[in-house]
Design a protein around this ligand. Structure first.
Ligand code: SF4
Length: 80
């Protein structure tokens, strides 16, 4: 099974995704379900706090817009 950190590293092999190596959420596997399925307070607040200290928040926001993400916690925002 691939860990979330391994998944980020594999994606980062693509130069367009290099920034994902610095994703703060990659080091919070216990919050993965919250990032992908928000709405489970108070874990949403924990996930948003991780975004708040993430150094690649602007890149994450831009990628979410580019992908048309409509669900999950991305770039410090709860999308759905
Ligand atoms: S801004 Fe939040 S969702 Fe985006 S990479 Fe950083 S921690 Fe993850």
């Amino acid at each position: 099974m691939t860990s979330i950190r391994e998944w980020f590293v594999l994606r980062a092999l693509d130069p367009d995704h290099e920034w994902e190596l610095r994703a703060a959420c990659a080091d919070t596997p216990d919050l993965l379900d919250t990032f992908t399925h928000p709405g489970r307070q108070p874990r949403d607040a924990e996930a948003l706090a991780v975004c708040g200290r993430c150094t690649v928040l602007p890149q994450c926001q831009a990628a979410a817009v580019e992908r048309g993400d409509t669900f999950g916690i991305r770039g410090g925002r709860r999308l759905g």
